[in-house]
Design a binder for this molecule. Structure first.
Ligand code: FDA
Length: 393
């Protein structure tokens, strides 16, 4: 005899656990399945071990999707304040790092413990190390063949996440299930991911490795003013991760090293007031000293400003305000925080997350074509979409 549940959730990550506990509190018999040895691995590694669990300024404008209005309803009904309230009820100490970005003060573990505790209180069973081999449609419900036996359920929630960080258990299983049930997918690609550089540029930037500086980066009409980090492999840091979700192969990035200032004007003024000073001195006023020096060397900006004419100062100013770099690519799913694209949301109900003509089949979290900016928005989507589906029962 197959074990029977009202609801089976595939994926014990942020969205799956949130959905399960919500359905459990609504009196459903809920089972969460995961092939991994531990639940919530991405929660544990998130936010540098401190989980940036939400963003108080999260709005639908912080999400990318081929169908932008889809996420509005769920995000409106389960807000960052709702999750914050849950965090505070569990006594988890937290802090606001950048504007609106809430992190645990101690450890991401506390967020996972919160979810598992709530699942326990709601009577949810979480079964790990269980591989789902096949899902069969019973027209009213589903039969799952798993490594642990056959299971039946009235409703199935797919919360398998995306393709990023395969070593953490990411698979394309959610997309395969979507296709099995006739749903189309938006093309997937790595998002919130560092850039790699062509060998020549990588070598030129090598002296800058390890240095972080505040910049404004632009590409495809998007701009982000956040720190950039030069690494041994290429460019990373919040500004680069943010813009990577918009970047397409072949695009150049325009990096403004001194946002809010027209460098050519300031250089002309400096030439009048301090003719002996150099471009490196000027850059050091705002940028880290090592970066300023290496950047001036890289561009061959030596000698005092008094030896530079207006045309030269304008060209230097342009490079400072619009440094154009063409990345070779990105580090891909190996290090990406998220997967862009996924299940096309036009086939899902924005109220319930269920497939339009299948009220017993749900897709939530990262597996669907909704991807947040960096800064806690992706977890907010996981919570909100999980609650939207869990509330149906
Ligand atoms: P998630 O990936 O969390 O869970 C999916 C689950 O499904 C996993 O447990 C997996 O093992 C399981 N699974 C997959 N295939 C399966 C199969 N075939 N059978 C059974 N189980 C299967 N976001 C944010 O808002 N703030 C942050 O600080 C960070 N930081 C961060 C750091 C790093 C390094 C990464 C990689 C990502 C982040 N993120 C983030 C993004 C965030 O982690 C992500 O958006 C959510 O975890 C997505 O939640 P889901 O539940 O949809 O998928």
């Amino acid at each position: 005899m197959a074990e029977t549940y009202d609801v089976i959730v595939i994926g014990a990550g942020a969205a799956g656990l949130m959905c399960a506990l919500t359905a459990g509190y609504n009196g459903q018999r809920v089972l969460v399945l995961d092939h991994a040895r531990k639940p919530g691995k991405k929660i544990l590694m998130s936010g540098g071990g401190r989980c940036n669990f939400t963003n108080l300024n999260s709005t639908p404008a912080n999400f990318l999707s081929d169908n932008p209005p889809y996420c509005i309803s769920a995000l409106k009904r389960y807000t960052p304040e709702h999750f914050l309230d849950l965090v505070e009820r569990h006594g988890i100490e937290h802090e606001e790092k950048a504007a609106g970005q809430l992190f645990c003060q101690n450890s991401s573990k506390e967020i996972l413990e919160l979810l598992l505790t709530e699942c326990d209180w709601a009577g949810v069973e979480v079964r790990l190390k269980t591989t789902v081999e096949s899902v069969r449609d019973r027209h009213a419900g589903f039969t799952l063949t798993t490594s642990g036996g056959t299971l039946e359920c009235g409703a199935l929630v797919v919360a398998c996440g995306g393709l990023s960080i395969p070593t953490m258990g990411a698979t394309g299983f959610g997309y395969e299930l979507a296709e099995q049930f006739g749903l189309s997918l938006q093309p997937t690609r790595a998002g919130l991911v560092p850039f790699t550089l062509h060998p020549e540029l990588k070598e030129q930037l090598a002296p800058l490795a390890g240095i972080s500086c505040p910049v404004e980066v632009g590409c495809r009409g998007q701009r982000f003013r956040e720190p950039m980090l030069v690494t041994h492999r290429g460019l990373s840091g919040p500004s680069m991760l943010q813009i990577s979700s918009f970047w397409e192969p072949g695009d150049a990035l325009s990096i403004n090293l001194l946002p809010g200032e027209t460098a050519a004007d300031t250089l002309r003024q400096r030439r009048r007031e301090q003719p002996e000073s150099t471009v490196a001195h000027y850059l050091q006023g705002t940028l880290p000293r090592r970066f300023a020096r290496a950047f001036a060397d890289l561009n061959g900006w030596h000698g005092p400003l008094q030896h530079l004419d207006n045309r030269q100062l304008d060209a230097i100013g342009d490079t400072i305000n619009q440094w154009s770099i063409q990345p070779a690519g990105t580090e891909g799913y190996r290090t990406a925080e998220v997967t862009l694209g996924g299940v096309d949301t036009r086939q899902l109900s924005s109220k319930t997350m269920a497939v339009n003509d299948r009220p017993d089949l749900f897709f939530i979290g990262e597996v669907v074509d909704v991807t947040g900016h960096l800064g806690g928005h992706n977890f907010q989507w996981a919570w909100a979409s999980g609650v939207a589906a869990g509330q149906v029962f």
